[in-house]
Write a protein that binds this ligand. Sequence first.
Ligand SMILES: Nc1ncnc2c1ncn2[C@@H]1O[C@H](COP(=O)(O)OP(=O)(O)OP(=O)(O)O)[C@@H](O)[C@H]1O
Length: 323
Amino acid sequence: MTDAAQQTSPADPPPAIAIRDLTKRYAGEKGEPGKLALDGVSFDVPQGQIFGLLGPNGAGKSTLINILAGLVNKTSGSAEIWGFDIDHNPRNAKRMIGIVPQEIVFDPFFTPFEVLENQGGFYGIGKRDRRSEELLAAVHLADKRDAYARTLSGGMKRRLLIAKAMVHTPPILVLDEPTAGVDVELRRQLWDLVGELNAEGVTVVLTTHYLEEAEQLCDRIAIINHGKLIANKPTRELVGMAREKIVRVTLDRDIADPPMEEGFLKVEATDPRTLEVTYDRDATSAGQVLARIQARGYAIEDVTTREADLEDVFVSLTSAARP
Ligand SMILES: Nc1ncnc2c1ncn2[C@@H]1O[C@H](COP(=O)(O)OP(=O)(O)OP(=O)(O)O)[C@@H](O)[C@H]1O
């Protein structure tokens, strides 16, 4: 697609992550062709942003994250993390990224402090240079420093995973489905934490199924579907792509025949007296829609309108791209 690698000007800092033509085919069973999980995906993650990678189940999001993490070998293409190529400079590439996995995995007998100290050791960070206390405070777990990890609530465990991913002070934090199966209150807490880290300069990439989450948190959103990139735009622009608006009108009497008028994209009678008119907001307005219905002799008793949101964009993009 044309806007896969967005326009950059010479003044822009280099991207935090640059992905080019990334392809992954998982080996199939004997005689099977295998699964093409990523199909020539290219995009940049700009520095300092919260970048959302959105897509339905099985779209290829985890595959992409796992390639960046060095856990899955790509079939072809390239990826640079903070300027380090994952093939030519894998050690440095890995140090530039902290990954929060989808699954919560801890040794239940370690305390949060020990979890972070062990991770520091894993990265070869000397005891005096470790940031365990600071990180516990940053994820609001200072008072749980010495609790057993198994006694932490689900939300605390997720926050501890974020701290663990930040032990080596990477400039990029990647969260794979950070709020899957998390209640609303906890989701808000995690969003706040992600926002705080970003405000301190960390570039954040998150994968999510939740459109609301992407819309609220992300500066930019890329959508993948069936292994292909189908959109990559600033969130506001992406939402603006949903040009359809819906007006629902309740009329004074039963509708004989739903009227199709100029500027209407779709007309549906949801019950004998209620019409839902979908229109292109660039071509007409709610007022004009109502005027056209009134011109047919109906009186309007009630009106509601609905703006298209990211959900609508997502549905229209993914259905258009279906093979
Ligand atoms: N190890 C594997 N071997 C074979 N096929 C795989 C393997 N891992 C993933 N796949 C397939 O590749 C496709 C992409 O999977 P992936 O896990 O990347 O999707 P996803 O977008 O992360 O989905 P989810 O949101 O469910 O995690 C799916 O069809 C999946 O079944």
